[in-house]
Design a protein around this ligand. Structure first.
Ligand SMILES: Cc1cc2nc3c(=O)[nH]c(=O)nc-3n(C[C@H](O)[C@H](O)[C@H](O)COP(=O)(O)O)c2cc1C
Length: 210
């Protein structure tokens, strides 16, 4: 299936049927997110996977009782770093240079410039920057899920601080950004399944400067 066909097949499923997604497919969806491009390669976010049903039931009220949270087999939580740190930036470049067999000081000038820029910003600015990176991975995970014919509902409808507290993300220096429940659509029970996919007309969406 081409990516366009997969994107036409997917929709934001409201009701999942409880059938579990095969681990091999979940692994591919996470691998796709892991391969997402990020600013300076910093990958300032993590994915948390929840499969525990009791925990999903605790998360549901935090997500306005949206059924997908409970009916999914795997609930992915995209959580961004609450700030950048000097050590975190060093770790990324040290790993990059080591894995490429380059001296660790190869990127010193670039790294100094990057630290000057990022570490002078507020934590809020840096969290927003990190969250943007998480959204790119989120989009790629959604696309990979569609290619695999796995349903994945993008979700921002939840109380971030409450979820962070429940999962102890604040203690890990993370803040939740989005949810991505994985599962299979309930064809009989989902009111959205047969409704046309609607987008703004291409003439409005696309601005061509010739
Ligand atoms: C960032 C983001 C947050 C969303 N939050 C929710 C949500 O909390 N619950 C939900 O059912 N759908 C949510 N959606 C799904 C959108 O409503 C849906 O993608 C949009 O209406 C387009 O429809 P389609 O995805 O079915 O093509 C969200 C989508 C995005 C991209």
């Amino acid at each position: 299936m081409s990516l366009i066909d997969a994107l036409n097949w997917r929709y934001a499923v409201k009701k999942m049927n409880g059938q579990p997604v095969e681990q091999e497919k979940v692994d591919k969806i996470i691998a796709a997110a892991h391969l997402a491009p990020t600013s300076s390669g910093l990958q300032p976010f993590k994915i948390i996977v929840v499969t525990n049903q009791e925990l999903k039931e605790k998360i549901a009220p935090i997500a306005f009782n949206q059924a997908q949270v409970i009916d999914s087999s795997h609930l992915l939580i995209f959580a961004a770093n609450e700030n950048y740190t000097e050590e975190g930036i060093d770790e990324v470049f040290d790993r990059m240079n080591a894995e490429r067999g380059l001296p660790l000081d190869t990127t010193d000038a670039y790294k100094a410039q990057l630290k000057g820029m990022l570490l002078s910003r507020t934590a809020e600015e840096n969290f927003n920057h990190a969250a943007h990176q998480a959204y790119i991975a989120f989009g790629i995970a959604i696309a990979e899920a569609a290619v695999l014919k796995v349903d994945a509902t993008p979700m921002e409808g939840f109380n971030g601080p409450a979820l962070d507290e429940l999962l102890g993300l604040d203690k890990k220096g993370l803040k939740s950004v989005t949810l991505l429940p994985l599962g299979y659509r309930d064809e009989a029970g989902d009111w959205l399944v047969n409704l046309k996919k609607v987008r703004t007309p291409k003439e409005e969406f696309l601005i061509e400067l010739k």
